[in-house]
Design a protein around this ligand. Structure first.
Ligand code: PLP
Length: 420
């Protein structure tokens, strides 16, 4: 199936070529020419099997059509589990991959696709991160032949463990600590992409959720988990998504569009309220990002808003399928504490945003909350809130021993490309 740009819909190409491009040449984001359907009739024996069936239509006729099964098996080789902590409320544990955050799904899928496509020359992945993306991308692409990675992260705005995950690699992974905010980093990436000569010279591509390759496995796990929930309880769950750049939330809406048994999608934001404001006022305004305890969601101008506006032509349509709620830092702390006292489960600050939003808007309705990261990644926040220590999983504690490599730069493309 071909994909098209959100701006000029006659700008079309095969899916795997669009994954290499990252952003469309007119500045738009890629979307499928047909949203697809049929998720309701998938019978799958495993998540990997479900994913293959859900994604196959999009790779039909693509150069990688016959590689898809291998790509999925290599990329998504860790569990997706649905943890029912109440009869009709579940946490979708998306943190069992190598970097303990849901971004492993998209990043690893992308790495497998791009390493199949990099035959013709060296690709450079340029990625801005508010925390978890960079770590997942670095881990997924480390030592992949034919691919260099440059990671931009905002100085002082990621947790110590996240910083380690961004800087411990070396080899084909370069890390840049930027004097600025996440939005500054994201803007640098956008500016680099709009510069045709830079883009060609370095064969730049993106691993941010502007890349459609990131969204595909996310659409699949939302479809898969809603099906499991429906089979077990007989009701269609609402999906509660801790939202930053709207990649994961868009994946959920896409799964609903394709027929997965999903009631509504609740886009839960922290104090970066641009999405929630849009639901309230009907007007989208990009805001400067503010720092919160759920830092991977500190996004003032969510890049997937453009996709949302394509999927839903107006706010009334959007509101039939989804809702939004913003959650403050003090509510995040209360929620971390309550979840631990009530269920004995430490949750990360992002998951806590989802939990509080669900309580506010959904009450006793059935729902699945995306648990987007392992609580131990944010132990500086979680441990004082629950008054107890949490163990780092061995795959994270091992990182702390490693040496860091990074460049300090100001938020400009000149400073960045000087280091190449
Ligand atoms: C990136 C991230 C989010 C936000 O996801 P988006 O797809 O950007 O909306 C939420 N939680 C965690 C832990 C993340 O890393």
């Amino acid at each position: 199936m071909k994909v098209r740009s959100t701006r000029d819909s006659s700008l079309q190409m095969e899916l795997s070529d669009a994954i290499v491009e990252g952003l469309a040449s007119d500045g738009g984001l890629f979307l499928p020419t047909n949203w697809g359907s049929g998720l309701e009739s998938i019978t799958a024996t495993s998540f990997q099997d479900y994913c293959l069936q859900a994604l196959s239509p999009f790779f039909k006729g693509d150069e990688l059509e016959n590689d898809l099964s291998g790509i999925i098996d290599r990329a998504l080789n860790f569990p997706v589990s649905l943890n029912f902590y109440e009869q009709n409320h579940a946490l979708l544990e998306l943190y069992h991959g190598p970097t303990c955050a849901f971004k492993d799904f998209g990043a690893r899928f992308l790495a497998e696709v791009l390493s199949k496509k990099s035959g013709t020359g060296k690709l450079t992945i340029l990625v801005a991160t508010s925390g978890d993306t960079g770590g997942a991308v670095a881990s997924a692409f480390h030592n992949k032949p034919g691919i260099n990675v440059a990671i931009l992260f905002p100085k002082g705005k990621v947790s110590p463990l996240q910083e380690k995950q961004l800087t411990c690699w070396g080899d084909n992974v370069m890390s840049f600590r930027v004097e600025g905010s996440f939005d500054d980093c994201q803007k640098m990436v956008k500016d680099a992409f709009s510069d045709k000569s830079l883009r060609q010279k370095f064969n730049l591509t993106s691993a941010n959720s502007i890349n459609i390759g990131r969204l595909l496995p996310q659409m699949a796990y939302h479809g898969y988990s809603s099906q499991l929930f429906f089979e077990k309880t007989g009701s269609k769950p609402n999906l509660v998504i801790p939202t930053g750049n709207l990649g994961n939330g868009f994946g959920a809406l896409w799964a609903k569009k394709m027929g997965a048994p999903i009631d509504k999608v609740l886009l839960a934001t922290n104090e970066n309220r641009s999405v929630t404001n849009f639901f309230e006022t009907g007007e989208f305004k990009a805001l400067s990002s503010v720092e919160t305890l759920a830092n991977a969601m500190d996004v003032g101008a969510p890049s997937n808003m453009e996709r949302l506006n394509d999927l839903y032509k107006d706010l009334n349509e959007l509101k039939k399928d989804s809702l939004s709620q913003s959650v403050s830092d003090s509510e995040i702390l209360e929620e971390i504490k309550e979840a631990y006292q009530k269920y004995g489960t430490p949750i990360c600050p992002h998951t806590a945003v989802g939990m509080r939003a669900a309580k506010k808007l959904l009450n006793d309705e059935p729902y699945i909350i995306s648990a987007t990261a392992h609580a131990s990644k944010f132990k500086e926040i979680v441990e004082p809130a629950i008054g107890s220590k949490i163990m780092l999983p061995p795959k994270l504690s091992g990182l702390l021993e490693k040496e860091s490599f990074y460049f300090d730069i100001d938020a400009s493309l000149e400073a960045l490309f000087k280091k190449f």
